[in-house]
Ligand binder design. Structure first.
Ligand SMILES: [Zn+2]
Length: 93
């Protein structure tokens, strides 16, 4: 019932099985890799969300750092310079 209401409101209900399939397919990773040398923290972020969904809890708060030049993402620790493009314009989220 709650899921139906959420869907009716136009929101996507996160589903652990579907997210796991998406992670396994590598689609998001491939799209990200088109513009970045590696996955950055993408795989780590997806897996943390997946873990939370499987355990029926909120995902833990992640400290994210985004390179403002190229969009490279890092989790938890701010890199001195972007490992993808070398920029030092890295913003915390
Ligand atoms: Zn960068």
């Amino acid at each position: 019932m709650a899921e139906d209401c959420i869907r009716e409101s136009g929101y996507l209900v996160p589903d652990a099985d579907r997210l796991a399939e998406l992670v396994r397919s590598g689609l998001i990773q491939r799209l990200y890799k088109r513009n970045h040398k590696d996955n950055g923290a993408l795989e780590q972020i997806l897996n943390r969300i997946l873990e939370a969904l499987r355990e029926h809890r909120d995902a833990e708060t992640l400290v994210l750092f985004l390179c403002e030049e190229c969009g490279q993402v890092a989790v938890d620790e701010k890199p001195d310079v972007c490992p993808n493009c070398g920029s030092d314009h890295i913003k915390r989220y």
